[in-house]
Design a protein around this ligand. Structure first.
Ligand SMILES: *Cc1c(COP(=O)(O)O)cnc(C)c1O
Length: 375
């Protein structure tokens, strides 16, 4: 992913409301057993957009409910986008983000796709910084523990009119997180969805648009009923080429004469361009592996799993880092990857990624951004 240069933005001023933080003992209790997405920190950042004033009223205030009219546009016509990234506690006690400018660029691209006003990249990054200044004590210590950051934008016109809203609200809040899948690094069992699709040609699949996820929930529920963790989405036209795993990008390890080759579906308007996907491609190439972005038919995967031509499969995303796939099911049967346990390529690349994020490896690509340091 290439990042355009930041527009010159004047330094943003944040209004700071009085917040009574929870006592350290309560915070410690939450951080001792973080529940992903269900417990939140003391603060949140908000900003408003109007056609007259643009983006304004950047505020650091208490994490609290939003007052909304029942007529609020987003509740009817669904203009809502989000992002997901994490804050990592570093060995020296500081707090770092991982390639947040890519999230800023993607947030703006998602907004544009849904006819929403992009939040300028410097304002997105300044909001992350402002929240972490207020909530740095909520970034957990310890393996696999992070503070998950959730920026979102919704349409706020109090009007039941099916046109793009004039007003918007930006919100940024945070949730302490442990390992995403219970059981840590066990291999996933996944279900091939053959009827429903995640995204259409010309649709919204490349945007982090809330509707995409609502539309995927039924398939996810049915996959669970079949004993699977996640859904494999196939391409919307031929229902043949693998695209993503739930809300994660997908990689296969193929054995070829030249050695192991990492394969991943090419970006398109039905695929979400993950920051993790981009990073894994670079890390694999750094390690001397060949990486090819090419269409992968589900039959090629199945036959390769059976004859040893495809040795590993894994998914990746900010929430999980790397999640190995152990078994693939559909209505006609199933196949197993290797011995059904996490493979060496997934483990190595996952470990390299985590080492970079948690500050245990040298950051030659300048992917880490320090956002808080004890003064
Ligand atoms: C967010 C997301 C990903 C992963 O993106 P990261 O930037 O790596 O977290 C992949 N697929 C979908 C559909 C997503 O929403």
């Amino acid at each position: 992913m290439s990042v355009p240069p930041a527009p010159p933005g004047e330094a943003l001023e944040f209004r700071r409301l009085t917040v009574t933080p929870r006592p350290p003992s309560q915070r410690a209790a939450v951080l001792a057993a973080p529940v992903f997405g269900r417990t939140f920190t003391d603060h949140m950042v908000t900003a408003r957009y109007t056609e007259e004033a643009g983006w304004h009223d950047f505020t650091v205030g208490p994490f609290q409910d939003l007052p909304l009219s029942p007529a609020t546009s987003v509740l009817h016509y669904g203009q809502a986008i989000f992002e997901g990234l994490k804050a990592y506690r570093q060995p020296d006690g500081s707090v770092a983000l991982f390639r947040p400018e890519l999230n800023a660029v993607r947030f703006a691209a998602s907004a544009a796709r849904i006819a929403m006003p992009p939040l300028p990249r410097p304002a997105f990054l300044a909001s992350l910084r402002a929240l972490l200044e207020a909530d740095h004590a909520w970034v957990p210590d310890g393996a696999d523990r992070t503070l998950y950051l959730r920026p979102l934008m919704i349409a706020t016109d109090p009007a039941v009119v099916a046109t793009a809203s004039g007003g918007y609200l930006f919100v940024l809040f945070a949730s302490p997180a442990g390992a995403y899948f219970d059981g840590g690094t066990r291999a996933l069992r996944v279900w091939v969805e053959r009827d429903r699709v995640r995204a259409a040609r010309g649709g919204t699949g490349a945007a982090k648009f809330a509707g995409n996820y609502g539309a995927g929930l039924l398939a996810q529920k049915l996959a669970r009923e079949h004993g699977c963790d996640q859904v494999i989405w196939l391409d919307p036209e031929r229902r043949r080429y693998v695209e993503e795993l739930g809300a994660m990008n997908l990689f296969l390890v193929a054995r070829e004469e030249s050695g192991d080759v990492l394969l991943t579906p090419p970006l398109s308007d039905s695929l979400l361009a993950g920051v993790t996907r981009d990073s894994i491609i670079d890390l694999a190439r750094d390690g001397g592996m060949t990486v090819r972005e090419e269409p992968i038919a589900i039959e090629r995967w199945r036959d390769g799993a059976r004859d040893g031509g495809i040795r590993e499969a894994f998914a990746c995303g900010t929430a999980v880092a790397v999640a190995p796939i152990g078994r693939v099911d559909d209505a006609t049967g199933h196949f197993v990857m290797g011995d059904g346990r996490p493979g060496p390529v997934a483990r190595t690349l996952g470990q390299r990624l985590l080492d970079l994020q948690f500050g245990r490896a040298e950051d030659t690509r300048r992917w880490r951004h320090t956002v808080w340091k004890a003064s």
